[in-house]
Design a protein around this ligand. Sequence first.
Ligand code: COI
Length: 354
Amino acid sequence: MEISLQPVAPEQRKTPPPDDQLVFGKIFSDHMFRMDYGEGRWHNPRVVPYGTLEMDPAAMVLHYGQGIFEGLKAYRCADGRIHLFRPLKNMERFNRSARRMCMPEVDVQFHLEAIETLIRLDAAWIPHSVGASLYIRPTMIASEPHLGVRPALEYIHYVITGPVGAYYPEGFNPIKIYVSDQYVRAVRGGVGEAKTMANYAASLYAAEQAKKKGYTQVLWLDAVERRYVEEVGTMNIFFRIDDELVTPPLSGSILPGVTRESVIDLARHWGITVKERPITIDEVIDRIASGDLKEIFGSGTAAVISPVGEVFYKERSYVVQDGKVGEWSRRFHDEIVGIQYGERDDPFGWVHQV
Ligand code: COI
């Protein structure tokens, strides 16, 4: 399929804000990609000026939440090259989410070509400083107007982008997390491992409660026993215990993060023992108290590597690593960011040059 281009006239293009004023997800670039699905196929792929989507009020995504998305970033290297980080992983996960939600797949190479076409046209929007990047949000929604409950027959696939800084206001400083034993995010057999909109809607209530108590994110436990650690709001979670790296296994209710996989690959490459094993919140608390647990950090595209300095569970707060950034958090952060911005070797071939 040929992607048609309808660029914004140069004099009508917006001016990107300076890198030091960027926050996460507030500003969008001049263009977006869009294509439509109907009669069993995708058609009319195009890059058009960023703008609103017109939809029938009976569009099925607005009623039954049939929608998925992805998140990846474009990085500008010091020499001007533009990098994506393992983009096919996101394109493949998009299709896994699509299958789970009974939505049509998008050819992974074509999806990547669409993103590359879009970001080449909006290259001026890619920030220049390390730590800032162009966030890319591929999305698919059910657009067919129909109120019977079944998979839609019509969809819109679109990609928007925007320059971003750190996801958390704390930047790379440790965040405080709140363990929810009252509310759950996802149950095994449900849609927890799909990047579907409902998972984020389901997380909001507990996240607001955590925020009111001064915590940045919720740490979710498994939905059945409420004992096993699963993931943090927008990140996967890692523990440094006895100098091994422990993370919950992908049990079906956890999002399979691209950064999670990269941390595991790097750790093994460095000779660190990685254990993907169930870990209970009681073990976490006991090991913080005994000093065996030295660090906790989260991983995600938006959050990169985010150290955790405090865990709140059952009316008590537990400080980790004196509330400071740990050695491993910094090592993983610096290596991954270094690879993304072309400042460090890329032994795994993770970087994709645009
Ligand atoms: C990402 O890390 O890209 C995500 O999709 C998390 C997000 C909902 C901000």
